[in-house]
Design a protein around this ligand. Structure first.
Ligand code: AMP
Length: 508
């Protein structure tokens, strides 16, 4: 069996790996690292949870450990689709490079340009960025990509979902032709294949797990649920979710609840909170500081239930999640695999519970076809549905304020979203329509939600929104459901932390 010592890694990297508690390389590490160390391009087909981050960070640190960064010319570049993933990669670098003097900078939206410029000006070995933010810096003339020796593209399939492929192509063209490219994707869509054929040179192709595989450590269950009344469907489904969570008892230490639509993410989170559950939402419209805090709370055990959209949650590495609840059956069968893969990681056991309505039949069939097994049906718990009008659960006024749902047909179809994945990703990133931004009657407590703030001048989150470069969001286009908190210059420590004091690297 391959050991880390067999992989030709720098001794300082080996020491950090051993201190991280890793005993043996994962399959992607064992296969990718030797090629990367030898300077070859690598095409890794691997999901998160396989150890793919270390499979490119360890050789990068080894290769970069000799040599020195020049001002504004990073020596390597890691592109990640979202801020959270970029921050996660940066944390990994901190762990593996702690015995070296390499420096890094993290370029993500929601962080002031000034601080990031300062780091780049001093010269960094590793630049970790979301594509939009990287191009922002480039266009401001603050960054040169001609010194990039190693370029990593992580979660390329997700970049595709989010419309970042043109940005990636542009970034490839700005880096030297002679660079080494390490490219990772969970799936190989034709567009991804085209990119790799164009920009990778005779890559070592490594595939460790097919997207269709679900971990055997996950106890998958399906609850068939038929609402008693059409106009109650959404509220009854929320009651069903509560009953399912409660039935899991203390065994459900923490859980991610997936909804198909970001509007529902907010409503479900609010509803759970109103019923005394420790829950918070995460989706692309929330301010970065709120997203970071919510994720930190979830990782550190202060938050039990994270209510999420696919786009916001995919790829996040939260090692110990006991349960995944699919409030909605995903319309795209691969999303099912990605969702339930949030639990049962690293050999731990996990439970996934999916609520399916009769309307979900064809989507279920697609999922079961993909994973090549039926999802075991379990009995639905009794639900307590409070039908009193003052709870407001089913008395949503039918007004234009309800936004898109009203245009989409019957109420119980609100969770179904059949649009292509790119469109859904865009929806998760795009500012709300004017109709959505108007005050609505809170379906949980029948309170009027606060009107949208008009004085907020937060910076558009370009890295998560490829389209923003062409279309600035309207100033009054704010979501109604989340308080918007500007991050200003306050940035969490881990985001700005470097491997070693910069002074050491620059010899000050
Ligand atoms: P990733 O696929 O990069 O998101 O990694 C998933 C998780 O596996 C992370 O929490 C890593 O810390 C962990 N990990 C990475 N490599 C190893 C290894 N060789 N042994 C044990 N855990 C690892």
């Amino acid at each position: 069996m391959t050991t880390f010592a067999d992989l030709n890694l720098d001794p300082r990297v080996l020491q950090a790996v051993s201190e991280a508690g890793y005993q043996t390389p994962t399959p992607i590490q064992a296969q990718a690292i030797p090629h990367a160390i030898a300077g070859r391009d690598v095409l890794g087909i691997a999901q998160t949870g396989t150890g793919k981050t270390a499979s490119y960070t360890l050789p990068m640190i080894t290769l970069l450990s000799s040599g020195r960064a020049r001002a504004r010319m990073p020596r390597s570049l890691v592109l990640a689709p979202t801020r959270e993933l970029a921050a996660q990669v940066a944390e990994n670098f901190d762990i593996y490079a702690k015995h070296t003097k390499l420096t890094k900078a993290l370029l993500i939206g929601g962080v002031s340009f000034k601080e990031q410029d300062m780091l780049i000006d001093r010269g960094v070995d590793v630049l970790i960025a979301t594509p939009g933010r990287l191009l922002d810096h480039f266009e401001r003339g603050k960054l040169l990509l001609t010194g990039v020796q190693i370029m990593v593209v992580d979660e390329a399939d997700r970049m595709l979902d989010m419309g970042f492929i043109p940005d990636i192509e542009r970034i490839f063209q700005l880096t030297p032709f002679t660079r080494q490219t390490l490219f990772f994707s969970a799936t190989m869509a034709p567009e991804i294949e085209r990119i790799t054929n164009t920009f990778l040179s005779n890559p070592a192709k490594i595939e460790v797990a097919r997207a269709a595989t679900t971990s055997e450590t996950i106890d998958q269950r399906l609850v068939l649920f038929t609402p008693s009344r059409r106009d109650h469907a959404f509220a009854e489904k929320r009651a069903m979710l509560r009953a399912l969570i409660t039935a899991e008892g203390d065994g459900c230490t923490n859980a991610i609840v997936f909804c198909n639509r970001k509007l529902d993410v907010d409503v479900v989170a609010k509803s759970l909170k109103a019923h005394g559950f420790n829950a918070a939402p995460i989706h692309g419209d929330l301010d970065q500081s709120v997203r970071t805090k919510t994720l930190d709370d979830f990782r550190d055990g202060r938050l039990r239930l994270l209510i999420a959209s696919d786009v916001a949650a995919r790829g996040l590495d939260i090692p110990a999640v006991s349960h995944v609840f699919n409030f909605d059956v995903p319309s795209h069968c691969e999303d099912y695999v990605h969702r339930i893969g949030r639990t049962g990681r690293a050999g731990r056991s996990g439970v996934s519970i999916t609520i399916a309505t009769p309307a979900d039949e064809k989507y279920l069939a697609a999922i079961e076809g993909l994973i090549k097994q039926p999802i075991p049906r379990v009995a639905a718990p009794e639900i307590v549905f409070d039908d009193r009008p003052d709870r407001g659960e089913h008395r949503q006024p039918r007004s234009r304020h309800q936004g898109r749902d009203d245009r989409r047909g019957p109420r119980e179809d609100r969770s179904r979203d059949d649009r292509p994945r790119e469109d859904r990703a865009r929806d998760d990133r795009a500012p709300p329509s004017a109709a959505e931004a108007l005050p609505v009657i809170d379906p949980i407590g029948a309170e009027a939600l606060p009107p949208p703030r008009r004085d907020d001048r937060r910076e558009p989150r370009r890295d998560d929104r490829q389209g923003d470069r062409r279309r600035e969001p309207r100033r009054d286009d704010h979501r109604h459901e989340a308080p918007v908190v500007g991050m200003g210059d306050h940035v969490p420590d881990f985001i700005l932390r470097s491997f070693a004091p910069l002074a050491a690297a620059s010899g000050d």
